[in-house]
Design a protein around this ligand. Structure first.
Ligand code: DX5
Ligand code: ZN
Length: 227
């Protein structure tokens, strides 16, 4: 069932890479809504993370929603593998190739929710003709590739325009990059409902000491209260 209430999706890019399963359990126990999984290929973005085997391995440790963000090109050949790995949402980048329409069809064809991610330098004109094919638009508020980067403020206006374009359609607006208690209110006021946060959630905590994760998420939620 679609709802536009605020959701926090910690990015496990900022988790302890030796403990992904336990980290997923820890952030869920501390109250996250979704788990965001950043897949990077060292080609579309200048960093490498993990692939479908890792997603499959952590799937049993996730009870909420496994939100897989593919920063890879080409993407189509891997959709089935991420679907089989148990992703609930698969997002592909508009910039990843010439046939994003086909890619989104393939994600839905695999029985998954389809996300469309757009880089900070990409306008939303091209999103218009894809809106009936997506369940989520991910607005990148940093250039994809690394956690801990600075929020790009020009994207707030993009979120506002996108929200107006979406209207009543059941489509989430997800924000990815540089989300903190300082920047979250800006994007929520502009119409976002899913906040990905890596460093702002994981800072100060660990699987042995997970309570900072909860406090960090509470700080983000408090910052947007009433927006
Ligand atoms: C960036 C990734 C993000 C990243 C966010 O390429 O898509 O999900 O981990 O990290 P923070 O919240 O630290 O900016
Ligand atoms: Zn991401």
């Amino acid at each position: 069932m679609f709802d536009r209430t605020l959701k926090i999706a910690p990015s496990i890019l900022s988790a302890d890479f030796a403990n992904f399963g336990l980290e997923c359990e820890a952030i869920e126990a501390e109250g996250c809504d979704w788990v965001h999984v950043d897949v990077m290929d060292g080609h579309f973005v200048p960093n490498l993370t993990f692939g479908p085997a890792m997603c499959k391995a952590i799937r049993p440790h996730i009870k909420t929603v496994m939100d897989v963000h593919l920063m890879i090109a080409p993407v189509d050949a891997y959709i089935e593998a991420f679907a089989e790995a148990g992703a609930d949402i698969i997002s592909a980048h508009l910039e990843a190739g010439p046939h994003i329409h086909r890619t989104l069809q393939a994600i839905r064809g695999a029985g998954k929710k389809a996300g469309l991610a757009i880089n900070p330098g990409t306008g939303i004109e091209d999103v218009d003709y894809l809106l009936d094919m997506v369940d989520l638009v991910c607005v990148m508020t940093v250039n994809p590739g690394f956690g801990g980067q600075k929020f790009i403020h020009s994207q707030v206006e993009k979120v506002r325009k996108l929200r107006a374009m979406i209207g009543d359609r059941p489509i989430h607006i997800e924000i990815d990059g540089g989300v903190t208690p300082e920047t979250a209110p800006l994007v929520v006021a502009a119409g976002a409902d899913v906040l990905v946060a890596g460093s702002a959630v994981f800072k100060g905590g660990s699987v042995k000491n997970p309570s900072p994760y909860g406090a960090n998420m509470a700080a983000i939620r408090a910052s947007v209260a009433g927006r």
